[in-house]
Design a protein around this ligand. Sequence first.
Ligand SMILES: Cc1cc2nc3c(=O)[nH]c(=O)nc-3n(C[C@H](O)[C@H](O)[C@H](O)COP(=O)(O)O)c2cc1C
Length: 343
Amino acid sequence: MNPSDVDLSTTYLGLTLRSPLVASPSPLTGDVDSARRLAAAGVGALVLPSLFEEEIVAEELSLTAALEAGAGVNPEATNYFPPVEGATLADRYLANLERIKSAVDVPVIASLNATSVGAWSRYAELVVRAGADAVELNVYRVAANPQFAAADIETADLELISDVCAKAKVPVAVKLSPYYSSMAHFVHQVIRAGASGLVLFNRFYQPDIDLETMDVECRLELSTRVELGLPLRWIAMLRPQIPDSVSLAATSGVHAGKDAAKALAVGANAVMMTSELLRLGPERVAGVETELRSWLAEHEYDSAAQLRGSVSRVTAEAGEAFERANYMATLRSWVGVGAGPRR
Ligand SMILES: Cc1cc2nc3c(=O)[nH]c(=O)nc-3n(C[C@H](O)[C@H](O)[C@H](O)COP(=O)(O)O)c2cc1C
């Protein structure tokens, strides 16, 4: 098989993508020029950086305060309000989405990042009006309040998910953290709440401490390939449990064609990349695609679809034993420092 003849097309969130390689949210996907370069390099779709609930709410609060301040200037001048400078961040997001949508020939997915139901969720409708082909809802939460039990947090998340799914009127993928106590159960509820897909997983950025100043420092480290293990494992376990119509995307630790092949093998419909593209530029997509095509051709796959899910089928047969056995086997695989990798 000639690598260039391998069919990479995939279905993700009901959309037909020419390639499973998707650019996940980052500054690259929010810039018209680099979005064009990503599309030219072969991405199947791109996901815009998130519009954050906190930013929308903060702007709405300051707008309300400005309007109230204006109303107090002269009660008789009912139509006087101080000018609110420039468009809001949310307006700029929508305008940028429109620009990117008209600049590229691949599906554009808008991203909303939120933790609670609120008036802000009308942006799920507005991004679709601005041209988004689908919505990715990032539920990024650090469960640090001892008053909330796991069930409270899950209930709040599900309320948020069903609200956004109802408003969006296009397929919604939910980007989850890996920290739910009963992941498989929660994923089923997310699907029942209306999600058409899951993006696994959010990367949590851990703050560091400056020992000289005792300040907490926010530092963004790009991912490494080791991080792919978590999405691989969960996609492998979830794929056989959920309907084929529900899409799964792998995110975290995809840096090369073989990583994409692994994600497809466990059943991913889409394989997302950020760190690798930030490090090497949008054109790296073409290199990853070449690596993926070569691997598929060498292993006699005609298409990405043919590879998709082959590992999941094996894990499904192994059933629950897989999880414990895998844990024990991993611990027993340790052969000592300096012995080199076993694979
Ligand atoms: C600079 C930067 C900005 C990001 N912005 C967003 C964002 O706005 N929304 C989001 O859901 N994820 C965001 N992410 C997370 C990525 O989309 C991706 O899920 C994560 O980096 C893991 O993928 P990777 O291993 O390919 O980097 C960002 C990541 C980076 C490095």
